[in-house]
Structure formats: structure tokens, C-alpha cells
Design a protein around this ligand. Structure first.
Ligand code: F6R
Length: 243
């Protein structure tokens, strides 16, 4: 694990975007990105968009796979991850919408949709660089504490803490879906590079557990200690509990 501590959120985004752009440059125009939603990677996507605007990054032939999707939220819902990824990734990074995918959280057969998603990632040649955030309880993707290290894309029940944290995106706390389809920890670990971003004091405990704690299913992010190419980019507030 390489740990980079930055003075503020904007520099977290700049450093993480530079790392992603480097992987894309090495992988070639058809690079495969893995993309997280939530607040953490927004600065990274903004900096990637600047590189695209400046002409130093071209993602028109690249592909992207979202980490996760709520179950039961139609694609047209503004908080479905399909919609969030379109707004924050596909459009600003000028990607081809046909090359950007999210798991199908409205599929009649969710187990089959999960299998299909794994196959689609495999058929694309695997993920070159996976952008991640981390939950306050240590989750990555929506692999909540207790998730199997070998897990693949599947349906998960969101932890109460995760639903409470995500209530800010919905009119009422009760509107937050209870289930999601998420790439598994095994799926995430297959990415050739991982770039995890975290900002703010509310992430400090999770960051310390991920980086310095034991590798344990109680903190799914700690599994990244076993990834050969994981870069953790945090601001000073999220780094306060690091030794
Ligand atoms: C989002 C995801 C989650 C978030 C995490 C942090 O696709 O998979 O793991 O990265 O919940 O969310 P924020 O960044 O909103 O604090």
C-alpha cells in the first residue's frame, strides 16, 4: 500500500486523478476503469475532467464499471448509481455511455444480473484501475463488515450506518434502499490498480483500521493491504489516526 497524505480535498482529487490518468496512459485508449459513487471521488472526477478538457486524457474508447447499484431504484431515479455515474463520470469525462455500465439493480433475476456483471467485467479484460471510497465502517463497494474476502458481485443488505450516511441524498431517511448489488471483495482485488480516496475526520478511524489494523472482515478495506498496487490518497483530517 502506498499512502499519500494531502493538505486538502482538492489536492486529494488532483493526486488521485494523476494516478488514474497514468494507469490509463499505460493501459492504452481502451483502458477499463472501475468507478465508485458517493462524495469521496468527486474531486478526483473533477480533476480527470480537467485533464480531458485540456486534451491530455482521452477516455472516448475507455470503458467503466460502477462498483455498485441500489436494488429497486429505477435507472431514471436521480440517486440511482446509473444516474449518478452518468452525471459525475460519463458526461464530464466525455465517455461513451454505451461503454459505461452499472449492475442492474432492477433485474427480475438479481442473482443472474450479478453473474452477468462479473462476466461483463471479465469479457472487458478486467479492471485496469479501480477508484474507491471507504465507508465510516470500513466498507469498500458495499461490502459491509463481515463480507467474505472471496466474494464476487452479489446482493447485499446495507448496514444501518450506511443507510444513515446515505440518507443525505434522499428526501427521507426511509427512502434509502435496503439492498444493493455490489462488486465483491474478490472482484475489487482483481483490479490491476486500486486508488482509494478518503477525506474528513469522519473517515479517520476507518482509514487507520484499513491501513494499520489487522486484515479482517470487520474492516473490509483492510484487505487492500494484500493488494500489490493499492494507492490510498487521504487528506490530513482523514489521516489523523495514522501513526
Ligand atoms: C460507492 C461505494 C461506497 C462509498 C462509501 C463512501 O459506490 O461503493 O463504498 O465509496 O460509502 O461514501 P462517501 O464517499 O459518500 O463518503
Amino acid at each position: 500500500m502506498e499512502i499519500i497524505i494531502c493538505p486538502d480535498v482538492d489536492s486529494v482529487g488532483r493526486v488521485a486523478a494523476a494516478k488514474v490518468a497514468q494507469v490509463v496512459a499505460d493501459a492504452g485508449p481502451q483502458a477499463v476503469l472501475g468507478v465508485a459513487t458517493g462524495s469521496s471521488p468527486l474531486a478526483t472526477y473533477e480533476h480527470l475532467a480537467k485533464l480531458v478538457e485540456a486534451g491530455s486524457l482521452d477516455l472516448t474508447q475507455a470503458r467503466a464499471f460502477a462498483l455498485d447499484e441500489y436494488v429497486g431504484l429505477p435507472e431514471g431515479h436521480p440517486e440511482s448509481y446509473a444516474a449518478v455515474v452518468r452525471r459525475t463520470v460519463t458526461e464530464p469525462l466525455r465517455m461513451d455511455p454505451a461503454r459505461v455500465q452499472t449492475p442492474d439493480g432492477c433485474a427480475a433475476d438479481i442473482a443472474q444480473a450479478a453473474k452477468d456483471y462479473e462476466r461483463q467485467i471479465r469479457d472487458a479484460g478486467g479492471v485496469d484501475v479501480q477508484v474507491l471510497g471507504i465507508g465510516g465502517n470500513g466498507h469498500i463497494g458495499f461490502n459491509e463488515p463481515g463480507s467474505s474476502f472471496a466474494s464476487r458481485t452479489r446482493i447485499k443488505t446495507l448496514a444501518a450506518a450506511t443507510r444513515a450516511a446515505n440518507a443525505r441524498f434522499f428526501p427521507r431517511a426511509d427512502d434509502v434502499p435496503r439492498h444493493c448489488l455490489t462488486q465483491g471483495l474478490g472482484t475489487i482485488m482483481d483490479a490491476r490498480e486500486v486508488v482509494l480516496v478518503a477525506q474528513g475526520a469522519q473517515k479517520a478511524d476507518a482509514v487507520a483500521a484499513m491501513v494499520e489494523g489487522p486484515v479482517t472482515a470487520s474492516c473490509p478495506g483492510s484487505l487492500l493491504q494484500f493488494h500489490e498496487h493499492a494507492t490510498i490518497v487521504v487528506d490530513e483530517d482523514a489521516a489523523v489516526h495514522l501513526a
